[in-house]
Design a protein around this ligand. Structure first.
Ligand SMILES: O=C[C@H](O)COP(=O)(O)O
Length: 214
């Protein structure tokens, strides 16, 4: 299973979380990665942990201000990027452009989507993976794998019907090892989570619990 921890703009110490993820990563068969804010990418990558950006823009080098360039994210040490997160929604053409920009910079891609229909559309754009996240469950601590298992299974079917090479993650409310196991049982190859680690009093202990059954 792939466990991708998005730090969003939570007031956690990104280096402390990255070091905890790196430490747990050494002791599990699961694949772990951290997605800090763009300004923290370089320092997080220097810890040795697999590092992801939270977003890249559908742009190339040039006359752009206040954007995130895929090449700069890669130069900072990122291995991959989220695209179209529920909190950073893009138009369809811009999702496509961001996937192309990430490919150009050799970044792995996870395109997020609200529901199975959008997952099918996202998979058609050829990312490495898609992540289904019902927005109403994000940050609630109620796991999608328990609250809405059909949405995960339907997303897996939707992606597979379009392109079986595109793997499916699920997210929203995932915070325990049981949640991750349940997600795997529904066909997801990974989970995208945030508050369960980034808002935990002890992020290292939260991570240990997440990967313990894997
Ligand atoms: O990127 C992560 C997702 O939005 C899930 O967030 P959450 O784990 O806080 O529900």
């Amino acid at each position: 299973m792939f466990v991708l921890v998005n730090l969003k703009t939570y007031p956690c110490d990104p280096i402390e979380v990255a070091e905890a993820v790196s430490d747990v990563d050494d002791r599990t068969d699961a694949r772990l990665a951290v997605a800090p804010q763009a300004a923290h990418l370089e320092r997080v990558a220097e810890t040795g942990v697999e590092t992801w950006a939270q977003h890249v823009d559908p742009i190339d080098h040039g006359s752009n201000t206040g954007h995130t360039l895929a090449e700069s994210v890669a130069d900072a040490g990122a291995d991959g990027t989220l695209i179209n997160h529920s909190e950073q929604r893009l138009k369809l053409a811009d999702i496509d452009g961001s996937v192309r920009a990430a490919e150009r910079a050799d970044l792995e891609t996870v395109v997020c989507a609200n529901n199975p229909a959008q997952i099918g559309a996202a998979a058609a754009l050829g990312p490495d993976a898609v992540a289904v996240e019902p927005p109403e469950l994000i940050g609630t601590g109620t796991p999608v794998s328990q609250a809405d298992p059909d949405v995960v299974e339907d997303a897996v079917d939707a992606a597979s019907n379009v392109d079986s090479a595109v793997s499916v993650l699920c997210g929203a409310g995932i915070s325990t090892g049981d949640d991750v196991v349940a997600a795997g049982g529904l066909g997801a190859e990974g989970v995208l989570l945030a508050s369960g680690v980034a808002k935990a009093d002890d992020p290292a202990a939260a991570l240990e619990d997440l990967v313990e059954p894997l």
